[in-house]
Design a protein around this ligand. Structure first.
Ligand code: HEC
Ligand code: HEC
Length: 271
């Protein structure tokens, strides 16, 4: 028998082996691209094509992840060191008028008598960004969000400049000054936590990081827990979520108590 006779469809053996190979190919393709992807209980595919793409390694968002992503809005604010860098008297004056409606919670001098955050002397970029995030829904709070929804960009800018202009006064509920806990002084290099002050102002201020000294302990604890648990996720590039997640509950309590106990008379490091 010559080689030509071997590889022809008239040869029964050749036909059978080609047939079996083709059948194995089809079965493995079905198992690999369709059966196995659907067998994963933790992913859901909208249709067979999605499953095939996923098995082929095409980046896919499962239906569940896509739905989740929709209700998790991210911050849309772009901050640069020039954001609101030019305060002027007129803007501050307009801000003062608008701020009357905020006084009931944030205090007439920008120092809260309850557990709302103090705004007096806060960096203008922070106030502007947080208001923007409350308005867009990137940050949500049942009490605060309604007050941001009606504000225009210019009104937010005016309010930010006004509050940044106010002096940092003693907090309404001062506590005895506490020693600096290690997590605040050193951070935790092994866990990727930089010293808090390297962003938050006492050492250096990274644009968008709030001034924390004198803020209410309950408020700061709640924010750190919200970052750690993912309930607050308006921090750009997850910079604060990564830190809060790596902190122990005890470190969160110590940091919040320490910052709440700090007097306001520290001169603004960088403005
Ligand atoms: C009814 C009470 C209330 C009123 C009125 C109110 N706020 Fe707030 N505000 C809050 C609370 C509570 C928070 C903290 C929200 C949280 O826990 O996430 C907050 C948070 C903020 C923050 C974020 C501060 C930070 O350090 O992250 C800014 C900025 C702010 N408010 C500005 C304003 C401005 C400007 C107005 C007026 C237009 C206003 N608020 C009116 C209660 C109020
Ligand atoms: C890499 C910079 C960086 C470091 C280091 C850092 N933070 Fe932050 N932190 C931020 C930024 C940025 C925000 C504001 C997020 C936003 O709303 O956009 C923030 C927000 C916060 C808030 C919420 C304040 C408010 O008024 O909304 C608290 C509380 C806080 N940080 C505590 C800490 C503590 C405690 C440490 C040290 C263990 C720390 N941070 C280290 C960048 C940092």
């Amino acid at each position: 028998m010559s080689a030509r006779d071997l590889f022809t469809l008239t040869n029964r053996h050749f036909k059978t082996s080609v047939g079996i190979t083709a059948a194995i190919f089809v079965v493995t393709a079905i198992v690999g691209f369709i059966v196995l992807p659907f067998a994963q209980p933790w992913v859901q595919f909208a249709n067979v094509w999605d499953a095939i793409c996923s098995a082929a390694g095409v980046p896919q968002r499962s239906a569940a992840a896509a739905a989740q992503a929709q209700d998790k809005r991210l911050s849309e604010v772009v901050l640069t060191s020039h954001t609101l860098s030019r305060p002027n008297q007129e803007a501050i004056g307009r801000g003062a008028t608008l701020a009357q409606r905020c006084a009931i919670c944030h205090g007439p001098t920008g120092i809260s008598r309850a557990d709302s955050p103090n705004l007096a002397g806060q960096y203008a970029a922070v106030i502007y960004k947080e208001l923007h995030d409350f308005r867009s829904g990137a940050r949500t709070n049942a009490v605060m969000s309604p007050f941001a929804t009606g504000l225009t960009d210019q009104e937010m800018g005016d309010l930010a400049l006004y509050y940044a202009f106010l002096p940092r006064l003693p907090a309404y509920h001062p506590t005895p000054q506490l020693p600096k806990p290690n997590i605040v002084i050193y951070g935790a290099p092994m866990r990727g936590i930089a010293p808090c002050g390297s962003c938050h102002g006492s050492l250096d201020n990274k644009v968008g990081s709030p001034w924390l000294e004198g803020q209410s302990e309950a408020y700061m604890k709640a924010q750190l827990r919200a970052f750690a648990g993912g309930d607050r996720r308006n921090d750009i590039s997850q910079q604060m979520r990564n830190i809060a997640r790596a902190m122990t509950p005890q470190e969160i309590d110590e940091a919040a108590a320490y910052y709440a106990s700090q007097p306001p008379d520290i001169v603004k490091a960088v403005d």
